[in-house]
Design a protein around this ligand. Structure first.
Ligand code: ADP
Ligand code: NA
Length: 349
């Protein structure tokens, strides 16, 4: 704990993730089920998932203090235990009596094809309007708030607005993407950091564009995989600057755009010189074979927030994130493939 002798001591950083928790059920099938067809799966694997849970888990693995605020059903108690063992605080995780934990039913075929059925379940539970918990969320013990978009938007906005009015650092990963109308109405002034991938950056630009111009990455249905690194950096940088200057957006927001195997672009509005800075950083070098990119985005986001909480310079934060992501994509699964801080430091050494 910080010394109690001074009234100006900064609080110990602690992050609240308000978000989703899912049980991911993987059915291994010879092919994706066709309409009217019944086939047996060769295996069924259950994993803890959901963007809120994944990112909270990543913050904890990265060494950050974090609590997860969300809802599960009684069928999700094992997920609670799993998260707790991973270092995620569960005091704000509610178990509902008459809802099921959110579910992702994933069919995967040997050819790599998959199809997913999502059921939001307890993730979409909201306290009754009359109850006191429907008023401003109690977040005064936190320094950072991390949000995604797998719960009711009204709840995400309540947390973000409260974070803004209390001056907390807030981080938003708009996944799945909001509608253009929701994006235009979004309280951007309350946000500190936006984390998007290249597709999400493009969706934002499209939602904000005045009819005439927009240099969206995939506006002309460009396949970003076919772009050279230089082309992608040029187009995405232009997109970031356009977003930064857009009338709907807010000038104070830092932006991270992840580019898969091509690394990330950052836009920093918090440099010590006061100058805004845009730059590219390549993906971390793989030491083992690429196995599974599932969870890489959540790994990045969790490590990023843990780095912000430590207060180290942005490029150092991002470098750690990229190393964590390299380990993540060398390993199978979402949460299971998010490395702990020790593994990341060992690779950085
Ligand atoms: P999302 O899943 O949110 O779209 P990305 O695919 O951009 O996120 O991945 C996040 C990060 O993970 C990237 O910035 C990169 O560092 C790493 N990564 C993802 N895919 C690969 C890959 N094929 N090879 C190396 N690194 C990767
Ligand atoms: Na992975």
């Amino acid at each position: 704990m910080a010394s109690a002798s001074s009234s100006t001591t900064t609080p110990t950083p602690r992050c609240l993730v308000r978000g989703s928790i899912n049980i991911d059920e993987f059915f291994a099938l010879p092919h994706i089920v066709r309409p009217g067809e019944t086939i047996s799966s060769t295996s069924l694997t259950k994993k803890a998932g959901g963007k809120g849970a994944n990112q909270a888990y990543a913050v904890a693995r990265a060494g950050g203090k974090v609590d997860l605020d969300g809802c599960i059903g009684q069928d999700g108690e094992w997920v609670r235990e799993f998260l707790k063992e991973g270092g995620v605080g569960d005091e704000r995780l509610k178990t509902l009596e008459d809802e099921l934990t959110g579910r992702a039913i994933i069919q995967s075929a040997p050819d790599g094809e998959n199809s997913i059925v999502l059921h939001a379940g307890a993730n979409y539970h909201l306290p009754p309007k009359s109850s006191s918990s429907a008023s401003a969320p109690d977040i005064q013990q936190y320094t950072h708030i991390l949000l995604q978009n797998e719960i009711p938007l009204s709840s995400t906005l309540a947390y973000l607005t409260e974070a803004g009015s209390r001056g907390l650092t807030s981080i938003f990963n708009p996944s799945p993407m909001l509608s253009p109308e929701e994006l235009r109405k979004f309280p951007w002034n309350d946000l500190s950091w936006l984390i998007v991938n290249e597709g999400e950056l493009n969706d934002l630009l499209e939602a904000f564009k005045s009819d005439s111009t927009a240099s969206g990455i995939t506006k002309k249905k460009v396949n970003t995989d076919e772009l050279t690194l230089e082309e992608l950096i040029k187009i995405a940088s232009k997109g970031i600057l356009e977003l930064h200057e857009n009338e709907y957006f807010s000038r104070g927001i830092g932006i991270i755009c992840t580019l898969g195997s091509k690394g990330i672009l950052y836009f920093d509005t918090t440099t010590t010189t006061g100058k805004k800075e845009i730059g590219h950083m390549p993906a971390g070098q793989l030491v083992n074979k690429l196995k599974d990119t599932t969870g890489a985005g959540d790994c990045f986001t969790g490590y990023f927030v843990a780095g912000l909480m430590r207060g180290v310079p942005l490029k150092k934060v991002v470098n750690t994130c990229l190393t964590a992501c390299a380990i993540c994509v060398e390993n199978e699964g979402a949460m299971e493939s998010i490395p702990d801080q020790k593994a990341v430091l060992a690779r950085l050494a």
